[in-house]
Ligand binder design. Structure first.
Ligand code: APR
Ligand code: PHB
Length: 396
């Protein structure tokens, strides 16, 4: 097999890249270890930045998102039993966020690629990368019982944090920045009407809690828990009790319960690979970086990477100019570190630190008071939350 761009991974990064390349007239093949059903049902993130939603619309894959996604113009911060709203749109010239599950984005992109004759091979195994230092890289893999080879001009490593791409780069060629946060999130998806119209980020002395949603019938909720928390220690009644306590307000907030459809515990880490390129291999999305989920940025960062990559590949393959490819890593990393900082800042603002004492508590409350009353401080949160414009990272 032969193609222009060999894409490893059919998550949001790999699929969006394939879709954008198609629009530039560039051929690609996507290889995915999981089944189509698995990637279409895996529950992950759910908040689209303003420009992520616009990109889906502008490139013809936003129809269902426009119909079913929930547009939000603000988020709520809750602390000391009170709720304060951050007017995201009012503070950012009308920019907003769209609540739409990552697996829905994945479904829409797969449908669009297949409808356009795109090739996605699911259920592949034994994926290895060869010749990334040469100008004729090859991806070797097993599919339907045979070993196959995909020859390409470049390889896009979009295979997430646990993929093979990053590990294919020779030792010493990448610098890794890795930070483990001392807490995890226990997340549930419940068949319950959301208890508020907007997301609620709650600071509480027992730990952070988040009220989010997927639709008008499905609520997504999270609790800060210690690392290595076992789900078996958290029967449904304990989860709901803790959510009621952490989300409570002075004026009597009511959290609607419902059957739990999904649950899981996710550790929190910050991770960055530098550079995001080695020879003809370009890393994008979770394969290159992980941010803690507090800023809702993982999916959006993956999409920003592949926008840069598609543009750079377009300039190279259509005009023969390599400058975009040469700038790819630095351009992505400026945004990655900005988002890494924002996610870390949101995490620190809202989570109970391991060495929590009355002093650290007062500092957090002081900062929450400031962020929710000063226009300057609220604007900082708002512009990062709705997402900085793509060309922000072009500015030096
Ligand atoms: N070969 C082919 N595919 C692979 C391999 C491999 N060796 N290893 C992993 N994959 C696949 C995974 O099964 C997955 O479908 O690569 C895909 C990577 O997708 P994601 O993990 O969703 O990563 P990405 O596309 O970068 O999207 C980032 O995902 O984890 C969330 O919060 C994160 O929202 C962010 C988004
Ligand atoms: C989610 O709905 O899954 C979600 C929302 C906001 C976050 C993280 C996750 O910050």
């Amino acid at each position: 097999m032969r193609t222009q761009v060999g894409i490893i991974g059919a998550g949001p990064a790999g699929l969006m890249l394939s879709h954008l390349l198609h629009q530039e007239g560039i051929e690609s093949v996507v290889l995915e270890t999981r089944s189509r059903a698995y990637v279409e049902s895996r529950v992950r993130a759910g908040v689209l930045e303003h420009d992520t939603a616009e990109l889906l619309r502008d490139t013809g894959v936003g129809e269902r998102m426009t119909r079913e996604g929930l547009v939000h113009t603000g988020v709520e911060l809750r602390f000391e039993g009170i709720t304060r709203r951050i007017d995201l749109s009012g503070l950012t010239n009308g920019r907003r966020i769209t609540v739409y599950g990552q697996q829905e984005v994945v479904k829409d992109l797969i449908a669009a690629r297949l409808a356009a004759g795109g090739q996605i091979l699911f259920d592949v195994s034994e994926v290895t990368l060869e010749g990334i230092d040469t100008d004729a890289p090859v991806i070797r893999f097993a599919h339907e019982g045979t070993i196959r080879e995909l020859s390409c001009l470049v390889i896009a490593g979009c295979d997430g944090f646990h993929g093979v791409s990053r590990g294919s780069v020779p030792k010493g060629a990448l610098r890794i920045f890795d930070h483990t946060y001392p807490f995890s999130w226990l997340g549930i998806l419940a068949r319950a009407t959301p208890s508020a119209h907007e997301l609620i980020y709650a600071h509480h002395e027992r730990g952070f809690a988040l009220h989010s949603m997927r639709s008008t019938e499905v609520t997504r909720l999270y609790l800060q828990v210690p690392p290595h928390t076992e789900l078996s220690d958290w029967p449904a009644a304990r989860i709901w009790d803790e959510l009621h306590t952490r989300l409570a307000t002075e004026d009597g907030f009511t959290l609607t319960e419902g059957p739990i459809l999904e649950q899981g515990v996710t550790p929190m880490r910050g991770f960055v690979t530098e550079p995001m390129r080695h020879g003809r291999l370009f890393l994008a999305g979770d394969a290159a970086h992980i941010v803690p989920p507090t800023g809702a940025k993982g999916l959006n960062l993956a999409v920003a990477d592949v926008r840069f990559l598609a543009e750079a590949l377009g300039t190279w393959l259509r005009q023969g100019r390599e400058t975009g490819l040469d700038e790819y890593s630095a351009r992505c990393l400026r945004r990655v570190w900005r988002v890494q900082h924002f996610s870390s800042w949101m995490t620190g603002l809202l989570h109970q630190p391991v060495d929590a004492d009355e002093f650290s508590h007062r500092l957090q409350v002081a900062q929450l008071e400031y962020v929710t009353t000063s226009t300057a401080a609220a604007t900082t949160l708002a512009e990062n939350y709705v997402g900085l414009p793509l060309d922000w990272s072009r500015r030096r």
